[in-house]
Design a protein around this ligand. Structure first.
Ligand SMILES: C[S@@+](CC[C@H](N)C(=O)[O-])C[C@H]1O[C@@H](n2cnc3c(N)ncnc32)[C@H](O)[C@@H]1O
Length: 226
């Protein structure tokens, strides 16, 4: 499938991706986008995007990709090339060279089983780039089941059959507090005007403080199939 397929987005849907400094989700998307811009062009061969949604990050894949297959359940906010469940991906073993999955693992009822399913469809040595939340309000309910820690992700990836597991925080304590505050303030009309100020203040604190990971907004995981 061509990499540049245009996808129609539903009206009023805020497509995932980089957001301006005054946007209510700026603190979340800034590190997420930075990391995906760095990581996704390194994937190669046949790539599966598990829980692809509207395929917002497909455009970041590079010239080493020979085929892209977005997999998701059918729905108004998904545009799968193949309909399927992350828990039992509808492909033969060792079909893909690379796998990407962004902000999906919290929505599957059994993330361990999903990771085993992802490992199964990857060839030995195949690479994974996955992101998942550490802290975020409930969303896509009732399909919102869990949040992750560095230690939980390490164990789950290792047990599912991945090696070289590297985990990086996408937003530490200040970014997390700022993002939660911005989201809450945004619900209350007169205070909404404070969002750009909150972004600027907590963005500055995040950049200028020693990175602490007591609270983490989001995680980037890169790994290889054993
Ligand atoms: C928060 S959205 C993320 C979409 C896209 N990856 C992105 O980053 O914009 C979560 C996606 O996971 C999909 N999803 C949830 N459970 C799934 C499952 N069991 N199998 C496949 N996709 C699933 C949803 O349909 C939705 O498209």
């Amino acid at each position: 499938m061509a990499l540049d397929t245009a996808i129609q987005t539903p009206p009023n849907f805020d497509v995932p991706g980089p957001k301006p400094a005054g946007h209510v989700c700026h603190l979340h998307y800034a590190p997420l986008w930075r990391d995906l811009v760095e990581q996704l062009p390194t994937l190669e061969g046949r790539v599966i995007d598990v829980g692809c949604g509207l395929q917002p990050y497909r455009k970041l894949l590079g010239s080493k990709v020979t085929e892209y297959v977005g997999v998701d359940r059918a729905g108004p906010l998904s545009h799968p090339d193949v309909e399927g469940d992350a828990l039992s991906l509808p492909f033969e073993d060792a079909t893909f060279d690379s796998l990407m999955s962004t902000q999906v693992l919290e929505h599957v009822v059994d993330p361990r089983k999903a990771l085993v399913s992802m490992a199964r469809v990857l060839k030995p040595g195949g690479r994974v780039v996955l992101t998942a939340p550490g802290t975020w309000p409930a969303h896509e309910v009732p399909y919102d089941f869990t949040r992750f820690t560095r230690w939980g992700l390490e164990v789950m990836f290792s047990e599912a059959g991945f090696t070289d597991v590297k985990i990086a925080a996408q937003g530490g304590t200040w970014a997390t507090i700022g993002q939660m505050l911005a989201l809450e303030v945004n619900h209350h009309s007169p205070f909404r005007l404070l969002v750009p100020l909150i972004n600027r203040l907590f963005g500055y604190l995040e950049r200028s403080s020693k990175a602490r990971e007591d609270l983490v907004l989001n995680w980037l995981v890169t790994a290889r199939k054993v």
